[in-house]
Design a protein around this ligand. Structure first.
Ligand code: NAG
Ligand code: NAG
Length: 167
């Protein structure tokens, strides 16, 4: 009775419904994955620390970053974007956030990181607030799924402190 066109249409509508259902289950099942990444960052050296001619403080650090982000990966994970930020308070701002390093992790097999590096992006304060400053190093991650919404979270490592004097 039904024309070929009508049937093809029905089949298409059915498979679109199934696909939507699978995508829904995929992103829903991600909610049950409670990842437990771990990370350690050590400041191995303060390479230099100065007040720039414009009056803003700048510091160069050598960092040892190690992290295991394998638990962020599920079969629905496309890739993970990570960045390490120095975070500190100043009289003007409750949170200053300076990105020092970032990377893209393409797969679970690459999710154990061991990096020994100087800061990839400049650590500059908008002022001269860095002497003797306590700061946190926070590893932030954005999990980009194949389907569903992006998840972001972070791990705070506290107890870092810059020297009292320029060097
Ligand atoms: C970097 O950190 C890892 C893990 O904490 C450690 O095994 C390694 O010895 C560190 N490297 C340096 C140069 O401190
Ligand atoms: C640094 O971390 C500590 C402990 O987690 C937290 O209390 C503090 O607010 C953090 N500082 C900044 C500037 O985010």
């Amino acid at each position: 009775m039904h024309s070929f066109g009508y049937r093809a249409n029905a089949v298409l509508a059915f498979s679109v419904t199934i696909l939507a259902l699978i995508c829904g289950i995929a992103s829903f099942s991600d909610n049950f994955n409670s990842p437990s990444p771990d990370a350690q960052v050590r400041v191995l050296n303060i390479n230099w620390f100065r007040k720039k001619p414009d009056g803003n403080d700048e510091v160069s650090l050598t960092l040892n970053i190690s992290a295991n982000l394998e638990s962020l990966f599920t079969w629905n994970t496309k890739q993970v974007f990570v960045f390490l930020a120095a975070e500190y308070k100043t009289p003007k701002n409750a949170l200053n956030q300076v990105s020092l390093w970032d990377g893209i992790i393409p797969s679970k097999e690459k999710a154990k990181i061991r990096i020994h590096t100087t800061n990839k992006y400049r650590f500059i304060d908008q002022g001269s607030n860095l002497r003797g400053k306590d700061f946190n190093l926070t590893l932030h991650w954005h999990v980009m799924p194949k389907t569903g919404k992006m998840l972001r979270d972070n791990l705070v490592m506290s107890g870092f402190r810059l020297p009292e004097a320029y060097r």
